[in-house]
Design a protein around this ligand. Structure first.
Ligand code: 5GP
Ligand code: ZN
Length: 119
């Protein structure tokens, strides 16, 4: 275990290729893949390759990584044809936020109308 990966983290394993998962986006900092339990016709998860448990753990020195995460999410929205109709980016943080996997991820949801407020 080190700063950038955690041996028991499922998303670290996906990022390292230890759990075979089709990556729909992959660069040196960030990757993305389909959610196992999709909540919309398009439901992708965009994650940093580095193990950062939650959004509140982001620090100022990681601004480039944060920008890359959102840039990748927007590129994926375009690539999947939901940019014109609209889509939703969601970050659940902590137990009350509904976070279940403690490796930072952005949900990209699209392909249907999103209600507000979320549950
Ligand atoms: P959270 O509730 O933490 O915001 O979201 C975690 C998401 O990860 C859930 O939508 C869940 O379906 C997804 N997920 C959990 N385990 C796996 C997995 O092993 N593979 C994939 N592709 N998605 C997962
Ligand atoms: Zn991790």
């Amino acid at each position: 275990m080190n700063d950038s990966s955690q041996s028991d983290c499922i998303f670290c394993k996906i990022a390292k290729g230890e759990i075979p998962t089709e990556l729909v986006y992959d660069d040196e900092l960030v990757c993305a893949f389909k959610d196992l339990n999709p909540q919309a016709p398009l439901h992708l998860l965009v994650i940093p390759k580095e193990h950062i448990p939650k959004i509140g753990d982001m620090t100022e020195d990681k601004q480039a990584l944060l920008a890359r995460l959102f840039t990748a999410a927007n590129e994926l929205a375009k690539k999947n044809g939901v940019d014109q109709d609209g889509y939703r980016l969601v970050i659940n943080s902590g137990d009350n936020g509904g976070q279940t996997v403690y490796h930072l991820h952005i949900h990209l949801l699209g392909g249907r109308f999103m209600k507000w407020p979320p549950g």
